[in-house]
Design a protein around this ligand. Structure first.
Ligand SMILES: NC(=O)C1=CN([C@@H]2O[C@H](COP(=O)(O)OP(=O)(O)OC[C@H]3O[C@@H](n4cnc5c(N)ncnc54)[C@H](OP(=O)(O)O)[C@@H]3O)[C@@H](O)[C@H]2O)[C@@H](O)CC1
Ligand SMILES: Nc1ncnc2c1ncn2[C@@H]1O[C@H](COP(=O)(O)OP(=O)(O)O)[C@@H](O)[C@H]1O
Ligand SMILES: [K+]
Length: 502
């Protein structure tokens, strides 16, 4: 799914009116009705609820006015607060007239509101039409709304949040529990720094012109199952273990052998033909016992890796998890990386930490390699950033300079390719915030790369399935109790979904 900018949304909006011969009023009715349907599902007995609907002067406000009419028709208690203006959009004005006048109260940006307990707030002050940060005068209204005790649903965007650029941390912005955004996720909803304003979002299909959506060119994409379908490879009857690659996980140190175990299991659950580990010898028995399907080669040293194996017979190599940064390990890793390998690697954890300490090493990392840093590891590589948009630019520049694929891990993990394309993940949940989740991803990615998927395909598919397995798992286990190993045991269900739709 494409992620569109405000300008692109507006263009698609105009094209839709032409292609489908509908008016802006028709589109607004359609958009607001999709939100109404969502709300009705959440609150089937609408007549028992009170809604506070805050409307601006543009089309976002217009959506709110339609919603107010639809809710009023279902006997919900509706209070509409409309910002007083002289330049309402045409569709906004038309919908003011369609609503009983007694439901509307005019307010100004600095009105102080008090929302009673139990009321539901619909924020329709500004959508993607917000062009600049909100001025200070809006603070009292926005703060009053944010103080409500009930849920806040924002229409298209939380008001005050810019769709395509950074929003200052101290800006007045609605803190939405859920954002119902139309047709395409907006960049502002995907940035981790904006999470207090957009706690969750749902993309609602409002039937905008397919051909217009296809024509829009963007570097930003949102990964869904449909994106994986075209490159997912079905297996054929005569395939054998040699077809699916031999993947090698290099990592582990005393006390951190579990990382390798998790990665191996995840690799085996992700279709690799053969899986091996290279580890310090203290882990030999535990890995052989815990993962009988895997093979183990051990370093002469007990506690840490002191030399790297000959990797020429492996189709893919994942390096760094649980590896530690003992001087012997650092030295051995440097020798390994400086030999100038010609296969793309999956580099995580301590492999990244070692590289981050010596910028001269990056030139030796094989082009097309995959880096999977969590935020701390990323800052060790790139230094600091002012906001998520700047972070993204820094990652893009780095990915291009060294021709690498970089995964910015977190909620909505972002894959950045060497040509500057960005894919945001749509799966995953907070249950994954437990040490070990990343090790599993390394296993999945190494297995997919070894099966011949390109680095880009590997990342799109691996990151999606990793999160999807966790999403399926929390349906029965919940986010508090989810263990990284539960992600592995739910990988089959995630792969089955993909198999079914391909
Ligand atoms: N795309 C679709 O498919 C569909 C989209 N739809 C809906 O339309 C919404 C977009 O509507 P929109 O373009 O009218 O913009 P909106 O967000 O209401 O705000 C614009 C107003 O805000 C003002 N303004 C801007 N910045 C400001 C600031 N800092 N401080 C103060 N004022 C500021 C600006 O005034 P100006 O600056 O131009 O004077 C203008 O008057 C979209 O989010 C969705 O909800 C659906 O109805 C149908 C299908
Ligand atoms: N709140 C969250 N929502 C979605 N995914 C998450 C969340 N927290 C963590 N994850 C995912 O879990 C993984 C954690 O990786 P990492 O921090 O490297 O873990 P570890 O090194 O402990 O195994 C990443 O893939 C990340 O995207
Ligand atoms: K809004």
């Amino acid at each position: 799914m494409k992620i569109l900018s405000a300008a692109q949304m507006s263009w698609v909006d105009q094209q839709t009116m032409k292609d489908q011969e509908v008016s802006s009023l028709d589109l607004m009715e359609r958009a607001a009705t999709t939100v109404f349907d969502e709300i009705k599902q959440l609150y089937p007995r609408l007549a028992q609820y009170t809604f506070y609907i805050f409307c601006g002067k543009g089309n976002n406000g217009g959506d709110g006015l339609v919603l107010a009419r639809l809710l009023d028709q279902q006997q919900a208690q509706v209070n509409v607060y409309l910002v007083d203006a002289t330049d309402y959009s045409t569709a906004n004005l038309a919908n003011q007239k369609r609503l009983s006048a007694h439901l509307i109260q005019k307010i100004s940006p600095d009105t102080q509101v008090h929302i009673p307990a139990g009321a539901i707030v619909l924020d329709c002050l500004f959508g993607y039409g917000l062009k600049r940060p909100l001025a200070e005068e809006w603070r009292s209204l926005i703060t009053g709304i944010n103080c409500c005790t009930g849920p806040i649903y924002a229409i298209d965007m939380p008001s005050g949040l810019l769709s395509d650029g950074p929003t200052a941390a101290e800006a007045p912005v609605i803190q939405a529990d859920v954002v119902y955004t139309f047709q395409s996720p907006k960049l502002g909803l995907l940035m981790p720094g904006n999470s207090r304003w957009a706690k969750a979002f749902r993309v609602l299909d409002i039937g905008l012109s397919r051909s217009a959506l296809e024509q829009v060119d963007t570097i930003f994409h949102y990964i869904d199952l449909a994106l994986l379908g075209p490159f997912y490879r079905k297996r054929s009857k005569f395939d054998h273990k040699g077809t699916f690659g031999h993947c090698l996980i290099i990592g582990g140190s005393r006390g951190k052998m579990g990382a390798v175990q998790l990665a191996l299991k995840a690799a085996l659950r992700s279709g690799c033909g053969l899986a091996s580990a290279y580890i310090p010898s203290c882990g030999y028995t535990s890995i052989q016992t815990a993962v009988p399907e895997a093979m183990v080669i051990s370093d002469p040293e007990e506690e840490m890796i002191t030399q790297f194996p000959d990797t020429r017979t492996f189709q893919s190599i994942g390096v760094g998890i649980g590896m530690g940064t003992a001087q012997y390990t650092i030295d051995a890793f440097k020798v390994f990386i400086m030999q100038g390998l010609d296969t793309a690697l999956v580099l995580d954890a301590d492999a990244l930490n070692i590289l981050a300490q010596d910028r001269d090493l990056w030139q030796f990392v094989p082009k097309g390699s995959i880096l999977t840093p969590h935020p701390k590891e990323l800052s060790r590589i790139l230094g600091t950033w002012q906001n998520d948009f700047e972070k993204l630019e820094k990652v893009k520049a780095f990915a291009e300079e060294y021709q690498l694929y970089i995964l910015i891990k977190g909620a909505n993990s972002a894959i950045v390719t060497p040509d500057g394309t960005v894919y945001f993940n749509s799966t995953g949940n907070v249950g994954m915030a437990t040490g070990g989740s990343g090790d599993i991803l390394t296993g999945i990615l190494t297995a997919l790369l070894g099966q011949g998927y390109s680095s880009q395909e590997t990342l799109i598919m691996g990151v999606y399935l990793h999160g999807r397995a966790a999403d399926i798992a929390v349906q029965t286990l919940g986010v508090y109790s989810l263990l990284p190993s539960d992600i592995i045991s739910h990988l089959p269900a995630a792969f089955l979904e993909l198999e079914k739709q391909s």
